[in-house]
Design a protein around this ligand. Structure first.
Ligand SMILES: Cc1cc2nc3c(=O)[nH]c(=O)nc-3n(C[C@H](O)[C@H](O)[C@H](O)COP(=O)(O)OP(=O)(O)OC[C@H]3O[C@@H](n4cnc5c(N)ncnc54)[C@H](O)[C@@H]3O)c2cc1C
Length: 392
């Protein structure tokens, strides 16, 4: 019988897994090499969506993830981490509009909510957008989407778990796993501490392959870096996720905006200190795009990354590492050859964590959730040596 579970990693996945485990009476130790929410979950766009995702099982998992967020937010209405309002998206050219049309048709075919808006309708949702930046029509709105503040979410899940008796060990890395007789028996930490375990859940995000290797398992990962630009409080009202052609944005609390563009991701490089730096001109290009989209930002009279009155202040630029298993799909649940070792590893963890983490935790405690996890088992990667990307 599983009583003592060690969860490796205190990001969105580790926190979600610990929450279900402790709700169901397990004794849990969550171990993080750094601080809770200090990994990818602290540097993420955290848009809740299943917009154009394939295959169908992955789409359905994400839709269930979105529903799990709505349920938890309803259960804890004062939590403040969950934000609905949907997502607006439009294209700049004919080819982009055609891709968007195909995406909308695809998700409608799956029963996912999507609507076409014209410029006036989009401006009723987001009145501070520059009308000239919007097409006359062909603006897609996905009303069931939203975003979460992952740090508040993790804080809630971990404090709920510790309130039920879980121990949070931070600043202490897992350095070894003791495996004997086909099971993991104990987890060794850098401090020298040894944690006896009936089960171990690998929620180490981008470092999940390293934890798997300690158990003798080869987990192929193809992590990528992403750059996020956090503004200072800005004098514009943005209420939801917006995917404009040159910049993606959402509110980030306290009047801040969170900005991203696929183009800025390539501008991150390791600096001499070992930290990641980001090419300034790439950040400027994102700021130019957001200034064009939100005229209220052009006159912000404060110190800025580029001095001058027509600008927006950047509070921080963070580089996050997306934890992406070899074929792009989540790796969830028990390992056949090591049945008390479990994975909860994926990209889009902000969307998936509550639902997928719940399934993984229930399996740890012996519940049969095989139907839900069958498409996401670790073993599929062992039989697909080229690990070719399967998601869109
Ligand atoms: C730029 C960017 C944009 C994104 N946008 C979205 C989005 O819009 N929507 C969405 O759903 N998802 C998005 N994601 C992905 C999502 O953020 C991640 O899937 C999710 O945060 C992963 O959470 P995690 O708990 O698995 O990993 P993490 O948050 O990285 O947590 C893993 C933890 O494990 C710890 N750890 C590692 N090694 C050890 C060890 N040896 N011992 C102990 N602890 C260890 C780390 O310190 C870390 O705290 C984005 C990611 C990035 C980078």
């Amino acid at each position: 019988m599983v009583r003592q579970v060690v969860v490796v990693g205190a990001g969105v996945y580790g926190a979600a897994v610990a929450d279900t485990l402790t709700r169901r009476g397990a004794r849990v130790t969550v171990v993080d090499a750094g601080a809770a929410a200090g990994g990818t979950s602290g540097a993420t766009f955290s848009w809740l969506n299943s917009c154009g995702k394939q295959p169908r099982a992955y789409h359905d998992l994400r839709v269930a993830g979105m529903a799990a967020h709505r349920r938890l937010a309803a259960e804890v209405p004062a939590g403040g981490w969950y934000h609905d309002g949907g997502n607006l998206e439009w294209a700049a050219d004919h080819a982009g509009a055609e891709r968007l049309r195909r995406k909308v048709a695809g998700v409608l075919g799956y029963g996912y909510e999507a609507r076409w808006l014209d410029r006036a309708e989009a401006l009723r949702l987001e009145p501070d957008l520059a009308p000239a930046e919007l097409p006359a029509d062909g603006i897609a709105w996905f009303p069931a989407e939203g975003w979460v503040d992952p740090i508040r979410l993790i804080g809630h899940l971990l404090s709920a778990s510790t309130g039920r008796g879980a121990e949070l060990v931070d600043g202490d890395a897992v350095t070894d796993l003791e495996v004997a007789g086909g099971l993991v028996r104990a987890v060794r930490l850098r401090s020298g501490r040894r944690l006896v375990a009936d089960a171990v859940v690998n929620c180490a995000g981008p470092q999940a392959a390293g934890i798997a290797a300690l158990a003798g398992l080869a987990l192929p990962m193809r992590n990528t870096r992403g750059v996020l630009i956090y503004t200072a409080p800005a004098p514009v009202a943005v209420s939801r996720v917006v995917h404009a052609p040159r910049v993606h944005l959402r509110p980030d609390g306290g009047g801040r905006l969170l900005l991203h563009s696929p183009d800025v991701d390539d501008a991150a490089y390791p600096s001499e200190t070992g930290e990641f730096a980001v090419d300034r001109s790439a950040v400027e290009a994102v700021l130019d795009a957001v200034r064009a989209l939100l005229p209220g930002l052009r006159t912000m009279p404060v110190e800025s990354i580029r001095p001058g009155p027509r600008t927006v202040t950047v509070e921080s630029v963070r580089v996050g590492e997306r934890p992406i298993p070899g074929d792009g799909l989540p790796v969830l649940g028990r390992v056949v050859e090591l049945p008390n070792f479990h994975f909860a590893v994926s990209h889009s963890g902000a969307t998936l964590c509550l639902h997928a983490g719940d399934l993984v935790a229930r399996e740890v405690l012996g519940e049969d959730v095989d139907d839900a996890l069958a498409a996401f088992r670790f073993e599929r990667l062992a039989v697909d040596p080229d690990h070719s990307p399967k998601i869109q």
